[in-house]
Design a binder for this molecule. Structure first.
Ligand SMILES: [Zn+2]
Length: 383
């Protein structure tokens, strides 16, 4: 039975051929249904119990939760089904056709992170699932690259999965136990335009924004001296004001002005509290000005992620990978799995340097070491 299921190469070819772009731009966003159905079919054929969990509020999006073995605890092997949008003009080959050149497999999602699933299924094929003493879960989520709606919905569903989790994001086979959280915010001030010759004819939003920005920069100093985590290369939160727009003419009072900013915060800081504090700074500095303030989170944000260095899964990953655990500069579903009760480590065969761009590839030399790591983790946590 198991032998009828296609092998690594055939599976990856199929997964790469199924477009599954997720994007906050509705024109680019796609359903992940086809890839979910394909994974569900293979995992069922391999003998796992498979559930397709619809992501509430996101039509056409689902997670796959597959399990072998019974009881509590166990291990979760987790990945996302979606890719970022692509620009075909930059690709030297069809991004949806797996292409091998010089021991690299090219295609959209090869590194980030469709290859993870065929690697996992290669391991499943060689394991006697009947001998598992603790459950082994395979989790495939939606929308990691956009809203993380899949991981959020899993957390909201209250489903308890294993005690330990590995997320196969592209880390070049290095274990990762921490990353900063991400908060975006748009701040818009609405005043009133009028002729520049008499300030009383309007309310200048640009001048109001100047005060807001000064306030935010001094708040930045405050949070940077208050919150520190020496495990990060930059051991403090960063705040970047990345865009400003407003006004149209020197002889008009600026009626509307907007900035957008990005905060990367250490895991000790809580996303909601940080956003509330940010908004308080803005409201304080516009108090008594008659400016109307509008906030927009741009996207819901990602909490910071940290699994203690002495956690068993971190120690195991370090041992198997032969590398110390560290941090990465991108967000993952790690904090959501942690909140759902799993001690989580991130370790996968792809490379983040080639992800999210044209001519993404997977180094084929990573496949067997990744298989070995997963096999050992399954033996350690489930057998
Ligand atoms: Zn990814």
């Amino acid at each position: 039975m198991k032998t009828q299921i296609p092998g690594f190469r055939e599976q990856l070819t199929k997964l790469i051929s199924i477009p599954s772009v997720s994007s906050t731009d509705p024109l680019k966003d796609m359903s992940n249904q086809a890839i979910v159905e394909q994974l569900a079919t293979w995992l069922e054929e391999l003998g796992l119990n498979v559930e397709v969990q619809e992501v509430k509020g996101h039509p056409g999006k689902s997670n796959v939760i597959a399990v072998a073995g019974q009881g509590s605890g166990g291990l979760v092997l987790s990945g996302h089904t979606d890719t970022v949008p692509y620009d075909e003009s930059g690709w030297q080959h069809d991004p949806f056709k797996l292409t091998e050149i010089d021991n690299r497999l090219y295609g959209l999602g090869t590194s980030d992170m469709k290859s993870f699933f065929p690697v996992v299924m290669d391991v499943l094929r060689e394991i006697d699932l009947g001998s598992l003493k603790k459950p082994l879960y395979i989790l495939a989520t939606s929308d990691e690259e956009s809203t993380m709606s899949g991981a959020r919905s899993l957390l909201a569903s209250g489903r308890s999965l294993g005690e330990y989790a590995l997320i196969g994001e592209p880390t070049g086979l290095k274990p990762v136990n921490m990353h900063k959280g991400i908060l975006f915010e748009s701040v818009k001030l609405k005043g009133k335009s009028g002729h520049s010759s008499d300030p009383a004819l309007g309310i200048n939003a640009l001048e109001g924004m100047n005060d807001v920005m000064n306030k935010l920069l001094s708040w930045r100093n405050e949070i940077q001296s208050k919150f520190r985590n020496e495990s990060f290369r930059l051991p403090y939160p960063t705040l970047n004001i990345g865009s400003i727009s407003g006004g149209d003419s020197p002889n008009r009072i600026c009626g509307e002005c907007e900035i957008q900013l990005d905060i990367r915060f250490i895991p000790e800081m809580k996303l909601d509290e940080l956003r509330a504090s940010l908004r308080r700074q803005v409201l304080d500095s516009t108090d008594g000005t008659n400016l109307i303030v509008e906030f927009d989170p741009v996207f819901p944000g990602i909490p910071g992620f940290e699994t203690p260095a002495d956690s068993d899964i971190v120690k195991m990953a370090e041992k198997l990978a032969g590398e110390p655990a560290g941090s990465v500069a991108f967000g993952t579903e790690g904090p959501f799995l942690t909140s759902a009760g799993m001690q989580t480590v991130i370790l996968g065969p792809g490379d983040i340097n080639v992800a999210h761009q044209a001519n993404e590839y997977l180094e084929m030399s990573r496949i067997n070491p990744m298989k070995k790591i997963i096999t050992e983790l399954v033996k350690h946590y489930c057998m």
